[in-house]
Design a protein around this ligand. Structure first.
Ligand SMILES: Nc1ncnc2c1ncn2[C@@H]1O[C@H](COP(=O)(O)OP(=O)(O)OP(=O)(O)O)[C@@H](O)[C@H]1O
Length: 449
């Protein structure tokens, strides 16, 4: 048996030993918040407790608080489990050796023979979605709106239920899909993404289902589809609202039966995948307008999760900015001055986190030092607030030509223009691509995000 670290006098060794039977970090907590024992997994993830502290309290160890969580403005699962007599679950941000992490906390009350509440077993499952180890996939945030979303992700991830992520462009839907996949039992297999916007019917079908050799002109080889690649893993359909009606029925069949046919073949194939979809559109409204099949809508919308726009969670701004600066800084430590951060908080971010990234990337290029002050942020914000003339052309374009640095490449100028359009259309790639006269796929490629 793994070594049990009993902190308290040997009063309840049997209960304490039970902690080893849990396959997640677990602690034994008294009714007055004292940690009585920890298991190996807990110590691996969260470190040893300070042995000089004779009465370590959960709120001090996990949060650095000097009083219980509910008195410090957070929900306290221990208090909730005491009141309900049942297990309670919340999502908390804990201090860990890796910094702050989101932890899915489950509190199980343990009763004595007389039915009196004796202690609690607390299970702590860190969410990798919030960790710093894989920066490109890590979601940063601690606002109530963000935590609510993370709580839903933690709940639904282990099941095989279809999830529909809704939210504005750039708010983090794809990142949330990765979070769901990585916390699912399918995490060791692939998450395969199909960007549905801007695909022609033929392309959609052959991308999704694959095609056999000779299926159509130019099909010189057999190509497996994404559905096949997603077997055992997760299929992520981004911008599901853009799937043409004629193809929705094929999608419905795939979801209902798990079967499909490659283009040009009569053989029925099977794939076992978990479906996650995302949209920035109001699908309910599309159903009412007859543009989206109602039966498909109910199939994909089993567990809806709303990804909140950045302006609804200003508390997250600074944390995300810090992470982005670290990520883009390539070893150089950039930071925002207080008034620069205040300036960002005044902005509404129609393009959400993606726009924040772009603004910071511009600010880093514009700044002469690694300190990003209000002035630099103001200049970096300018291309995000285009004025358009009646014809829909960015009126700032002319003056911007004067402001373009001499060494700006054609590609750089093109990117600036596309960013203008994106900002103008509230982050909608479809509208921006239409205005630029290119496909959404080309837009993605040109911006190379
Ligand atoms: N909470 C977050 N913390 C850190 N980075 C984030 C967060 N949310 C989003 N991002 C970053 O913002 C960018 C946009 O995120 P993502 O692609 O997931 O948005 P989206 O909602 O899927 O957008 P779209 O609808 O346009 O496809 C990505 O670079 C992503 O890494």
């Amino acid at each position: 048996m793994a070594a049990m670290n009993l902190i308290a006098r040997d009063t309840h060794p049997t209960v304490a030993r039970m902690l080893d039977s849990y396959d997640s970090p677990a602690i034994l907590v008294s009714r007055d918040y004292e940690i009585l024992a920890t298991n190996d997994l807990y110590r691996d993830k969260f470190g040893e407790l300070d042995q000089s502290d004779e009465h370590p309290r959960c709120y001090a160890v996990s949060h650095g608080y000097d009083r219980p969580c509910d008195e410090a403005g957070e929900t306290c699962p221990l208090r909730a489990a005491t009141a309900s007599g049942n297990r309670e679950r919340v999502l908390h941000i804990h201090q860990t050796p890796r910094g702050e992490e989101h932890v899915d906390v489950e509190m199980l009350p343990v009763f004595d023979e007389a039915g009196e509440l004796e202690f609690f077993i607390e299970l702590l499952r860190p969410l990798r979605t919030g960790s710093a180890r894989e920066p490109e996939l890590a979601m940063t945030g601690s606002s109530p709106a963000f935590n609510e979303m993370m709580g839903l992700i933690a709940r639904v991830a282990p099941s095989d239920v279809a999830v529909l992520l809704s939210g504005e462009s750039g708010a983090g839907k794809e990142l949330a899909a990765h979070g769901i996949h990585r916390h699912s039992r399918r995490a060791k297999r692939h998450m395969v993404t199909l960007e549905c916007a801007g695909l022609t019917e033929t392309l959609f079908e052959s991308e999704l289902f694959g095609h056999v050799r000779g299926a159509f002109t130019g099909a010189n080889f057999h190509k497996p589809g994404l559905v096949e690649a997603a077997n055992g893993g997760t299929l992520f359909l981004d911008e599901i609202g853009d799937v043409p009606l004629s193809l929705q029925v094929k999608l419905l069949r795939l979801i209902e039966t798990g079967t499909y046919r490659q283009v040009g073949s009569t053989e029925v194939r099977h794939s076992d995948f978990r479906l996650v979809c995302a949209t920035h559109k109001n699908l309910g409204q599309l159903v009412e307008q007859g543009l989206f099949r109602e039966d498909l809508y109910y199939r994909i919308n089993v567990f809806p999760i709303r990804v909140p726009p950045l302006r609804e969670r200003p508390e997250d701004l600074q944390g995300i900015a810090r992470r982005v600066l670290e990520e883009l800084g390539e070893g150089r430590h950039h930071h925002l001055t207080q008034s620069a951060a205040d300036r960002l908080r005044e902005y509404r971010f129609p393009g959400n986190v993606r726009e924040l990234r772009n603004i910071l990337a511009r600010a880093m290029l514009l700044a002469n030092t690694n300190v990003l002050d209000r002035d630099v942020i103001e200049r970096a914000l300018t291309p995000s607030r285009p004025q358009f003339d009646r014809a829909g052309r960015p009126a700032e374009a002319a003056s911007a030509v004067d402001a373009i640095p001499e060494d700006l490449s054609l590609r750089g100028a093109e990117q600036r223009y596309l960013l203008w359009l994106l900002d103008h259309f509230g982050g909608s790639k479809t509208q921006a691509a239409q205005a630029a006269g290119i496909s959404v796929r080309s837009l993605y490629r040109k911006l190379a995000w």
